[in-house]
Design a protein around this ligand. Structure first.
Ligand SMILES: Cc1cc2nc3c(=O)[nH]c(=O)nc-3n(C[C@H](O)[C@H](O)[C@H](O)COP(=O)(O)OP(=O)(O)OC[C@H]3O[C@@H](n4cnc5c(N)ncnc54)[C@H](O)[C@@H]3O)c2cc1C
Length: 524
């Protein structure tokens, strides 16, 4: 038996215990919600829409029709709420964000009846991820065996998905889209009553609704009164599309764990997205217009690109069309305010390396829709606000798992290689992925959103240092390797608690100690 198997057995025990425990917990939290929504479905759709008369008044105002806003508009409109959406730009977006949807996010699209929006946009199916480091690679499929046929990751042009969702939402008679820029929230006596906005033709206007849901994205300028979080720009993405280039493993995304971490995944039948991520703390991003960027990509980045992709990478640089985007992180710290609600990146942002943003956004949309289903109207904003506080606890299994794994990847894979303990941690993490099975495969099942569980993640965080110590002792211990392992054992809990602590230990692991967790719908 080699050292991997010995430590595998030990860790399997720890994992098995935690997985069974967390599975039970998820069932406890999840099942009542499901029954409640099925029950609500029977009566909600028609009655709610017309019960208070079709007098032109709206129930819910949505600010921003990006990934979260357009899905939410459809979900709430389908349930019969009268929805008014104000979006700054209703033309099809063209941006380098939100192109890879995890299979867990696709499951949420199905729950929202929006899965047809990834059809007819040249979306590609993705069945897993390949991690590559220093010439070695490991292929980890998503654990899709127990899911219906057709469930997998999807990658596409972000704007095409958004436009499809907008069109589907706009086809509902009780959903109205308007192009305009919301400038502020209208607040009276501590209650948000609606929004002030500039219409497409530049007129100042106001619109009112008993509930305003703000989903104006990561750069939100409206979240101030609804959240106390501060955005941190951690790294930057440099992206371009490589055409007619075959990935070494078709229908797999390719995560390159080099000094400058990179991602490659298909976004069309003949298009591969190349995204290079650079740490903004140590480096200034080169200028695209002066040609510095092209030079930087060829000289500093290309040597780290896996050889099978390097030619296509270099060839594409000269074609131009290089884009950059800021990668942010922001934990959710909502300030409950009657009449207002935050969702999507306006509420919570995580690093994009694990491609989890849309999965969290769709999961939050499902949850919010389900919470609103038992309500007949929203006429008491204070009671609705109190009731909706449970949203922030109920979202934790998905949000905390995906946020924390993204945070860990950021801390480990974007750390400076000059720090020997982080360099060793990087190496150990890759070796851990290479173990596959319940180890690397287990991590992939969490980051895919298929089995989101903060407790499973904790068991991996326990297993990692154990594995590191094992590696240092076998086949025979050396002082250098033992020193590195000892450093790792000391550093790993710090990294883990920093990342998971940001999610709120009580909300994540002890939700039943929070009064909001038990709150039922208001009866008025
Ligand atoms: C570089 C990068 C790569 C990413 N890659 C992935 C990935 O592969 N997979 C993944 O799941 N996630 C990814 N993400 C994250 C993902 O893009 C976001 O989580 C997702 O777009 C959030 O959706 P949203 O609706 O909150 O915001 P957005 O999709 O940004 O939508 C916000 C909308 O609000 C509108 N708006 C803004 N201000 C106003 C205003 N004042 N008035 C009216 N309208 C307004 C905007 O025009 C926009 O349409 C990535 C992020 C980055 C930065």
């Amino acid at each position: 038996m080699d050292y991997t198997s010995i430590f595998g057995n030990l860790v399997a025990f720890l994992l098995g215990f935690s997985l069974i425990y967390s599975f039970k917990k998820i069932r406890k939290i999840g099942l009542p919600m499901k029954n409640q929504s099925d029950e609500a479905l029977k009566w909600s759709a028609k009655e709610k829409s017309w019960s208070s008369g079709n007098d032109g008044r709206v129930d819910i105002m949505i600010v921003g029709a990006g990934v979260a806003g357009s899905a939410l508009a459809y979900a709430l409109g389908k349930d019969g709420w009268r929805v008014h959406v104000i979006e700054r730009d209703l033309t099809q977006p063209d941006r380098v964000v939100g192109e890879f949807l995890q299979p867990g996010g696709y499951l949420k699209l199905i729950e929202l009846d929006l899965q047809d929006c990834v059809s007819g946009i040249d979306a590609q199916e993705v069945f897993g991820v390949v991690f590559y480091k220093d010439g070695r690679s490991v292929k980890l499929p998503f654990p899709l065996e127990n899911f219906p046929k057709g469930v997998s990751g999807r990658s596409f042009h972000n704007g095409r998905l958004i436009q499809k969702m907008r069109n589907k939402a706009a086809s509902l008679p009780n959903v109205r889209f308007e192009e305009g820029t919301v400038t502020s929230l209208v607040k009276e006596k501590g209650i948000i009553k609606g929004v002030s906005y500039r219409t497409k033709v530049g007129q100042e206007s106001t619109a009112y609704a008993p509930l305003t849901i703000v989903c104006d994205g990561g750069f939100s300028n409206l979240r101030r009164s609804l959240s106390s979080s501060k955005v941190e720009i951690t790294t930057r993405s440099i992206g371009f599309v490589m055409e007619n280039c075959d990935l070494p493993h078709p229908n797999y995304s390719y995560a390159v764990l080099s000094e400058k971490p990179m991602l490659f995944y298909p976004i069309g039948a003949n298009e591969v997205r190349a995204a290079v991520m650079v740490n903004t703390t140590g480096e200034k991003i080169p200028s695209i217009s002066s040609g510095e960027m092209a030079n930087y990509l060829k000289t500093e980045v290309a040597p780290q690109v896996p050889p099978e992709l390097r030619d296509a990478f270099i060839r594409t640089i000269d074609k131009g069309n290089i884009r950059t985007a800021a990668n942010m992180s922001m934990p959710a710290s909502p300030c409950p305010t009657p009449g207002g609600f935050l969702i999507g990146d306006a509420l919570n942002v995580r690093h994009p390396y694990t491609g989890g943003g849309m999965t969290v956004a769709f999961s939050d949309v499902v949850l919010l829709r389900d919470l609103l289903r038992p309500l007949n109207n929203l006429s008491d904003p204070v009671a609705v606000c109190k009731y909706l506080e449970s949203f922030h606890t109920l979202r934790k299994p998905m949000a905390c798992s995906i946020n924390s794994i993204a945070g860990l990847m950021l801390k480990v894979f974007f750390a400076n290689d000059d720090d020997p303990s982080m360099k060793e941690l990087k190496h150990v993490c890759f070796e851990y992925f290479c173990l596959g099975g319940i180890f690397g495969g287990g991590l992939v099942s969490i980051l895919s959103g298929l089995h989101p569980s903060p407790l499973s993640l904790i068991s991996h965080l326990i297993a990692l240092p154990v594995f590191a110590v094992g590696r240092s002792l076998f086949p025979f211990p050396s002082p250098k390797r033992m020193r590195a392992a000892a450093r790792l054992v000391m550093d790993a809990p710090g990294v883990a608690s920093l990342v998971m602590g940001a999610e709120g230990i009580r909300e994540t692991f002890f939700p039943w100690t929070l009064p909001a967790y038990y709150r039922g719908p208001p009866s008025y």
